[in-house]
Design a protein around this ligand. Structure first.
Ligand code: PAF
Length: 282
């Protein structure tokens, strides 16, 4: 079983038009490739909702902060297509850089509010890059549904906001984070962890889940977050970018837990940046 690959917006739209004429619904799963079980769970969610599923693969240069990180990003298109084919996805849309950003490309989609702070505070321009490419992918695919992982929780909020603000007729589906047996959230960057870093990495999830349980039991927020930051450093993380409690629906900072919230963190092991988040109920 092989998966058709299209590389131009024109070819994608030809397919989409045919499916629309047949009255079929369409879901899109935007990815940057290096697919793991987390991505495959997004594809399953898409298949459960729509008649046709488009998976996109584009390593978007506009959302990387450093040329080194962009160059180091794994590119495994053949393996990705082989993983997708048995699932029943209909097409892989894998445009090149010029197809996505034609010479003279000058438009940026910038979402204020939910893009600010957290990853947005530490990765200038990152969410403008994400918002610009996701807007294009939603318009190119014309999908009824688009699936994104909760692992990138702030990204999910940015995408929901832009779809609402720009009247893009798509339902954004947030899908739960997929974890290794020891709790480490799946990420394309995990393959770069050394053996010793891989041993430390699951502590990020453990510490977040532990803090969430303590907050739910009534522990004071500032002290709990401070203890979690110390625990991460004591356990071998090299740097903590942020560890914060935010409102589940607005992402506004939360001082006292009175509504559903999220505990979100980004921390570094060597030159590898890990992010994770867990739900916190009052
Ligand atoms: O989450 C990702 O892999 C990317 O940010 C996305 C949504 C595919 C946009 O490039």
């Amino acid at each position: 079983m092989s998966l058709p690959i299209v590389r131009t917006v024109h070819a994608l739209r030809t397919l989409v038009t045919r499916w629309r004429r047949a009255g079929e619904t369409i879901a899109v799963v935007p990815t940057m490739g290096a697919l793991h079980e987390g991505h495959l769970s997004l594809v399953s969610a898409a298949l459960a909702r729509a008649d046709r599923v488009i998976v996109t693969l584009f390593v978007n240069p506009k959302q990387f902060n450093s040329a080194a990180d962009l160059a180091a990003y794994p590119r495994t298109e053949e393996e990705d297509a082989a993983k997708l084919a048995p699932l029943g996805a209909d097409v892989l849309f894998a445009p090149d850089g010029e197809e996505m950003y034609a010479p003279g490309f000058s438009t940026t989609v910038s979402v204020s509010g939910v893009s600010e702070g957290l990853c947005g505070g530490h990765r200038p321009g990152h969410f403008d890059g994400v918002a610009t490419v996701v807007t294009k992918l939603l318009l190119q695919s014309g999908a009824d549904f688009a699936c994104f992982g909760e692992k990138d929780f702030q990204q999910l909020h940015v995408v929901r906001r832009l779809a609402r603000d720009l009247d893009i007729p798509v339902e954004i589906i947030g899908c739960p984070t997929v974890r290794e047996g020891d709790g480490l959230a799946l990420s394309s960057r995990n393959v770069r962890l050394s053996d010793s870093q891989r041993e430390i990495a699951p502590r990020l999830a453990e510490i977040l889940f532990d803090a969430a349980a303590r907050l739910a039991a009534g522990a004071e927020a500032d002290a709990t977050l401070a203890a979690s930051r110390s625990a991460l450093m004591n356990d071998g993380f090299d740097m903590i970018e942020y560890l914060e409690l935010r409102d589940e629906t607005t992402l506004a900072p939360v001082g006292r837990l009175t509504r559903p919230a999220r505990l979100l963190a980004a921390a570094w092991l060597g030159d590898i940046r890990l992010i994770d988040n867990v739900a916190v109920s009052p």
